[in-house]
Design a protein around this ligand. Structure first.
Ligand SMILES: [Cu+2]
Length: 267
């Protein structure tokens, strides 16, 4: 009786899990990036492969719990000390599976990180700090001015430590608290942190990348749909981590030009 109940519980857990994933009860928001479909495809492949293994393992477990139940015959349990051949087989199978899936997905990841952005990509710096995001556009000269740690002054709205009086490249830099970008245009972002490790996460872009203090991490992407999307910090970075958010605003080129001109005027 207990064995049957246990087997049924294991089976029920399996069915509920499969239904939840099959019906996409909790699923990603629709993708708005050009590289997203490849990531979603890789995710589905991984989910199906691991899902089949999960179902087989659970069904076997339920069956064995029921088959080896106590039938009241006074049988003694048999203790096993393992099976080296089986151990080796599933260790190798798991290794091949994981390495195989990693290599299949590697080119998608590398396409965002290692392969350079398309020519004409628009550069933007993304800065994380406890607990806010800042974004910097290079202005008409296309160059980011240097940053000076000693000049950082949040109270004076000099979040990045620019010296606009002395650095010609900094004069036209535009620092904002929203990441606006034009739609259907290649964007090259450079991730930088002012203090600890943060993580730039936009679900709809299928991008999650750490910001590491002392490093400038480039990634590039293209958004294909206008709208407002949440940028969340995906790395526990301190007590205020929960409120470290900003918004990605994908606009038409025309709206973007207007927005950037407004931001430039406010500097
Ligand atoms: Cu953070």
């Amino acid at each position: 009786m207990v064995a049957l109940a246990l087997a049924l519980v294991v089976a029920a857990i399996t069915v509920v899990c499969v239904v939840l994933f099959w019906t996409h009860a909790w699923w990603f928001p629709p993708d708005i990036s050009t590289h997203g479909p490849a990531i979603d495809h890789q995710f589905m492949l991984t989910l199906v492969v691991t899902g089949i293994i999960f179902v087989l393992a659970q069904v076997s477990l339920a069956y064995l719990v029921w088959r080896n139940r106590d039938r009241g015959e006074g049988r003694k349990a048999v203790y096993s000390h393992g099976n080296n051949r089986l151990e080796a087989t599933w260790t190798i199978a798991a290794f091949v599976l994981f390495v195989g899936l990693t290599f299949m997905g590697y080119h998608i990841w590398a396409g965002i990180h290692f392969v350079g952005a398309a020519p004409g990509a628009m550069p933007v710096e993304v800065w994380g700090q406890q607990f806010a995001w800042y974004f910097r556009y290079p202005g008409p000269d296309g160059r980011f001015g240097p940053t000076h740690v000693e000049k950082v002054d949040d109270a004076m709205a000099n979040y990045l430590g620019l010296d606009r009086d002395h650095d010609p490249d900094s004069k036209d830099d535009i620092v904002t608290s929203t990441l606006a970008i034009p739609v259907n245009r290649e964007i090259q972002i450079f991730l930088r942190s002012k203090d600890v490790t943060h993580s730039f996460f936009v679900r709809e872009l299928r991008i999650k990348q750490d910001l590491v203090p002392g490093m400038v991490i480039p990634i590039h992407f293209m958004a294909t749909k206008t709208g407002r999307y949440e940028i969340a910090c995906a790395e526990l970075c301190g007590l205020g981590h929960y409120r470290m958010r900003a918004f990605l605003q994908v606009m038409t080129q025309e709206d973007f030009d207007k927005w950037l001109a407004n931001m430039a005027a406010a500097q």
